[in-house]
Design a protein around this ligand. Structure first.
Ligand code: IPD
Ligand code: CA
Ligand code: CA
Length: 296
């Protein structure tokens, strides 16, 4: 069977020693903590909420302050490494390692005072995630993982769920900001899995959804339209906790595709089969008739 794990491929390719990997994981943890501290400071006290690329895609002074804090740690500790950060873009480094930063994943939640959000700091090699850290300041939880080092929350090891029946699973997903202008908007899949599981949560922070899969609190997750900074840290958490991460067809994930499954091993095939069954239903669900400029 093909090894789907991106983090072990990244470790092999990078040639990093365990000691170097752990040093970089310590930097990621410090950076995520710095971002999380800014989120804690601004939570419930926002003065500026504006829309970015499209309606509903929000950015606040907390996103910006957290990114500045994260980047300050990364730039001081690893000056040669590249950085891809959601709010300020890409600055190339000298090699193939790159930090991948979402200063505030779950901005909509944050802006409404809903406490499900995080600062996410991942490290990639040639775009493949190698390690990551996630600070959830409102829930007092801190997750981190590195290839071959396990996945951890508040110093406890994480283990993926043993669920192997879709009908008994708790799933999660999300809807990208382009959902009102595409037939491929995940509504059909949401309805399908809502009927076939114990339920589907849409908690609004992809990185945290992945961490919850790693922790066995969710049995599986799928989503489309995601960016590398939503995924980098969470993928390593799931893989290191014993879970599977793949594309919708069950093949090795290309993290720039933005479409993935992350789940307990016992549910992987069921999610692949049912996502394929949903394909012809796309656009048939609520909202499609009202869409303008529809893209499939
Ligand atoms: C968003 C969240 C959300 C997901 C969106 C993401 P942001 O990130 O992760 O759960 O459905 O696609 O863009 O904008 O809060 O950083
Ligand atoms: Ca995000
Ligand atoms: Ca964000």
């Amino acid at each position: 069977m093909t090894d789907l794990r991106l983090s072990s491929a990244a470790l092999l390719g990078s040639g990093l020693s365990q000691a170097e990997l752990l040093d970089l994981a310590a930097v990621a943890r410090r950076a995520a903590e710095a971002g999380g501290a800014k989120l804690r400071q601004h939570f419930g006290r926002l003065e500026r909420i504006r829309e970015k690329s499209r309606a509903g895609d929000l950015v606040t002074e907390a996103d910006e302050a957290a990114e500045v804090a994260v980047l300050a740690v990364l730039e001081a500790a690893t000056p040669g490494l590249g950085i891809l950060a959601e709010e300020s873009g890409r600055r190339p480094g000298t090699g193939e390692l790159e930090w991948c930063v979402d200063p505030l994943d779950g901005t909509t939640n944050y802006a409404h005072g809903f406490p499900f959000f995080a600062t996410s700091v991942g490290l990639t090699w040639q775009g493949l995630p190698l390690l990551g850290a996630l600070a959830l300041p409102a829930l007092d939880q801190f997750f981190w993982a590195a290839a071959g080092q396990g996945a951890w929350c508040n110093d406890r090891p994480l283990a993926i769920s043993r669920c192997d029946q879709l009908a008994k699973s708790l799933l999660a997903t999300g809807f990208a900001y382009d959902r009102c202008s595409r037939l491929d908007n995940n509504y059909a899949e949401f309805a399908w899995f809502t009927h076939r599981s114990h339920g589907v949560r849409r908690a609004g922070a992809a990185a945290v959804d992945l961490a919850y899969v790693a922790a066995g609190r969710l049995d599986g997750y799928w989503e489309r339209g995601l960016s590398p900074w939503d995924l980098a840290a969470g993928i390593v958490l799931v893989e290191e906790a014993g879970g599977i991460v793949s594309d919708y067809a069950g093949q090795r994930l290309n993290p720039t595709d933005g479409r993935l499954i992350a789940c307990a091993p016992g549910l992987h095939q069921a999610l692949i089969n049912d996502l394929a069954a949903c394909e012809p239903l796309r656009g048939a669900s609520y909202g499609a008739a009202e869409l303008d400029g529809i893209a499939v």
